[in-house]
Each structure stands twice: as C-alpha cells, then as structure tokens.
Design a binder for this molecule. Structure first.
Ligand SMILES: [Zn+2]
Ligand SMILES: [Zn+2]
Length: 393
C-alpha cells in the first residue's frame, strides 16, 4: 500500500474548512439540500460525473480511470441530528436544534478529499470509483433509498469502503474489525389484548397489564436461554403504553422495543422465540398477543480478506498508528446494506482527545472531534482505494 499522507497534508486546510462549513450548516435526514448541492458542486468542479437526487437527497460522483479495473464504492453519510449544539467554537452550528453530533460532517469532507486527490491521478487509474454521499443514516433509511434508486446498478461496485470517526477511541487508533462490527437493528410492536373492566373487579377481566409484565420478564430468557452463549443478541422493551385511569383495567397494552444481533440466523431466532413466548403467555392468561416486526438494517459485517489487507497496508504506511481488529458495538449503521451487496470494510478512526476535552460521546450536545482524525481518515481511505485502482503505483 502506498501512503497518501503528503497529498492529504497539502489539502489539510481545505479538508478542515469543508468539515467546518458542513458543521455550521447541519441538515437532518432527507433534508440535506445545501449539503448535497455543495458536494455536487465540488465533484463537478473536480470533473466527476455527478448524479443528483439518488435516494432523495443523495449524490453520486463517478471517477473513471483510463484503464480497465475494479469499481470501488466509497460511502460517506451527510446527515446531522436534531440536537442543540452546546460547544462554543467558531464553527458552531448556525441552525437551532440541528447539529453534526456524529461526525458525518467529517465523513463528507474526507470523501471529498479522497475524490480530489484521486481525480488528479485519473490517467494512472484502472477501474472506477463510485463516491456515494448518502442521506439519512441516522434514521437508517438513506442507504436503502439509494439502493432502491439503483446506486448498485450500472457501474456495479466490486468492493465497498467507508469509515466512521469514532470518539470511543483516542485519535491515532484505528479499528479494522474482523467480521461483524455493528449489529442489525430492528424494531417491534407487540399488542396484547385482553378484556378490560373495573379495577376493583379483576376477576371479571383478562388483565393485559399482568400478561405484559410476564411477557417482558420472560422475553429476557430469549438471549440468556435460547441463543448460543457465544452469539451476541439484544432484546430490549423500550416503550410501554396502557391505561387511562387508576380504577380501570385497560383492554390493550402496546409494547415497543429493539432487537439487535450480528447474524441473520440469530436475528430470526430472537424474533421466533419472542413471538412464541408472547403468544403462549398471553393465551395462558386469557389474552392474545400480536407481534409486528420492522427490519431496519442488516448486521454490518466486514470481509475477512479485505480487512486483513487493510490492516496490513495501514500498518505499512503509518507505523505511528495503533491498528486494532476487535472494536464492536450493538449500535447499527446502514452501511451494512452496501457491504451485503459488495464486500468490503467499514473502519473506525479514533477521533477523541481527552486532553483537549474532545471526548464527548456521539450524539452528545458537546460532541466534537480532534480534527487530526480527518487527516488520518482521509490518508487511510485514499490509500485503501488507490490500492485497488492504481496498479503498481
Ligand atoms: Zn449517529
Ligand atoms: Zn454516525
């Protein structure tokens, strides 16, 4: 792998300026109008073929080399969050209740930098790069929307690459995790129907609240008793609604929650067991239960061989970095949709700096990153992509 650190250093000011500009103008899911316009303008100036409105506010930039070779998908998410920023920095969000509190401003600036550096090497390139600027990652809808709009068709990607700035790790540490790195995320609605009545006459009712309590408790046996102990899974009931008066036993309870796992077969097992417990317990208590399940994102699984290649290459080009292979979270990312269709890697770039107070967690109103992580991220992503499309560089 060849280092692109010098090229990124030369672009450092521009990279930081882009990130700060996006930071000051955050836009939430599917409202990334200014952001996508700016991205499209920059890509057009760089001479890329640009497609607008892919998945509503998504933008695709295609950089084709002069020779034949693989097509590499580079993905950056562009959306911000409905959070009021509490940082006092010159590049603070200018929009009330809107904030780049996850680092997607940095991801967008990094992908633009990769595009700029490699656009200047087009005549050495064999193959193509598809830069995918995705909307609505935070509501897990943007990747699917772009795929439904045909982003994986036409010039078909062979490999998918992307990164996330990661404040759970100090700047200088990079994680290229083996296999599953982030979980599938699905939600459910469970309705338990009984027969309501007077709070003083429970014998005349089938109390759905008592049934719900048993079901919620029993649901905790799915992960502990039904999953193989070395497989990860989560089943959390996070919302419960029932009743309107202190002396009325209601006739219905609604429970909502989330299911997480690293494998599709575990995901199916959790749903099947949960449904069997809910319907069985409800029936035994004179009630009925109905489970509705909403698939949001698949597990995010890194390709083992590509991961190995990247860890090796990253270590080669920058021995000041600490490269680890085991950072996992039950949090979710819709990058998994791209990786399901074209194998690749989504790596985490440490961005925290505790000495400078830059270590608030993602989605916190004081979240901010050490901008050195932008330079590291852009260097590594450029090197990884170039490794595929610039042979013998
Ligand atoms: Zn986020
Ligand atoms: Zn994020």
């Amino acid at each position: 792998m060849r280092s692109y650190r010098n090229e990124v250093e030369a672009l450092r000011e521009q990279l930081v300026a882009w990130r700060r500009d996006f930071h000051q103008h955050p836009e939430v899911a599917f409202e990334e109008v200014r952001t996508s316009q700016k991205v499209a303008e920059i890509l057009t100036e760089l001479g890329l073929e640009v497609q607008y409105g892919v998945g509503k506010t998504g933008v695709v930039g295609i950089l084709e080399g002069t020779g034949n070779g693989p097509t590499i998908l580079v993905r950056a998410d562009m959306d911000a969050l409905p959070i009021q920023e509490e940082n006092n920095v010159p590049y603070k969000s200018q929009i009330a209740n809107r904030m780049h509190a996850c680092g997607h401003d940095g991801h967008t600036a990094i992908a633009l930098s990769v595009a700029k550096i490699l656009a200047g090497r087009r005549d050495q390139m064999s193959g193509a790069i598809k830069f995918v600027f995705q909307p609505a990652e935070e509501i897990a809808a943007g990747a699917k929307a772009m795929i439904d709009d045909g982003v994986m068709e036409g010039l078909k990607p062979d490999v998918s690459l992307g990164l996330h700035l990661w404040n759970d790790m100090p700047v200088g540490r990079v994680a290229v995790t083996r296999g599953p790195a982030m979980a599938s995320s699905d939600s459910f609605h469970l309705w338990i129907e009984g027969r309501g009545g007077h709070g003083a006459s429970p014998h005349q009712t089938y109390d759905p609240i008592l049934a719900a309590a048993q079901i919620i408790t029993a649901a905790q046996s799915v992960v502990s008793r039904n999953l193989p102990p070395l497989d990860a899974g989560v089943l959390s009931c996070t919302m419960i609604r029932a009743g309107d008066a202190f002396n009325v036993i209601p006739s219905e309870v609604e429970i909502r929650g989330t299911i997480r796992s690293y494998k599709n077969e575990i995901r199916d097992l959790i749903v099947t067991r949960f449904e069997a417990l809910a319907t069985g317990i409800a029936q035994a208590m004179g009630c009925t239960a109905r489970l509705e399940f909403f698939e949001k994102t698949p597990p995010l699984v890194n390709d083992l061989a590509i991961g190995e290649q990247l860890r090796h290459g990253f270590g080669q080009i920058d021995n000041s970095l600490e490269i680890v292979d085991d950072v996992r979270t039950m949090g979710a990312e819709d990058m998994g949709f791209f990786l399901e269709r074209a194998p690749g890697v989504y790596f985490f770039v440490g961005s925290a700096n505790a000495n400078r107070g830059l270590d608030y967690p993602h989605h916190h109103p004081r979240f901010d990153v050490d901008e050195e992580a932008l330079v590291i991220g852009a260097s590594l992503l450029t090197a990884a992509v170039a490794d595929y499309v610039i042979p013998g560089q």
